[in-house]
Design a protein around this ligand. Sequence first.
Ligand SMILES: NC(=O)c1ccc[n+]([C@@H]2O[C@H](COP(=O)([O-])OP(=O)(O)OC[C@H]3O[C@@H](n4cnc5c(N)ncnc54)[C@H](O)[C@@H]3O)[C@@H](O)[C@H]2O)c1
Length: 155
Amino acid sequence: MELSGAKILMTGGAGFIGSHFVADLLDAGASVTVYDNFSTGLTENLEGLAVDIVEGDILDYDSLRRAVAGHDAISHQAAQLEITRSIGDPIYDLTTNTIGTLNVLKAAKETGIAKRASSGFLLVSSASLPRASSLRQKLMTILNLHAADLRTVLR
Ligand SMILES: NC(=O)c1ccc[n+]([C@@H]2O[C@H](COP(=O)([O-])OP(=O)(O)OC[C@H]3O[C@@H](n4cnc5c(N)ncnc54)[C@H](O)[C@@H]3O)[C@@H](O)[C@H]2O)c1
């Protein structure tokens, strides 16, 4: 996918990983909308970055779908990672990380993003990423590491 001029919606864009991806995408010439409920994300992480911010929850499907419309791609980085919260409220943890992700996939399908994206949908765990200095390098590494079996085209 050509990043220059692309409109990307980043869930969890105010978080640690998301905000670094946002910066890389802006450097590559994309425009970015951050969709985040700010449960752990910080506005400080986005300081100085020219992004649109939509405060919303991936569990609120209608809000998510509205935000997704008009974008070329979604980068899904919103997640519940806090161990103490996951122990204290495992249902919330499970719901955010499973139903929330399902909502993102559903919104991609219903808004036509899944069909339009020329590369389809790439499922990747960032935990497996070796050190790479730029977004392009990371993406190329992902594509090399994860063959077509991790690529699901939602058509
Ligand atoms: N931090 C790491 O070292 C690391 C390593 C490998 C993979 N990852 C993965 O990267 C992803 C992001 O992790 P992170 O470290 O940036 O965490 P983080 O907590 O800093 O960021 C998560 C973001 O998601 C937002 N969020 C949480 N629940 C939400 C919801 N229901 N709706 C909308 N926004 C919501 C939070 O406000 C936050 O901005 C996770 O999937 C994580 O497993 C992180």
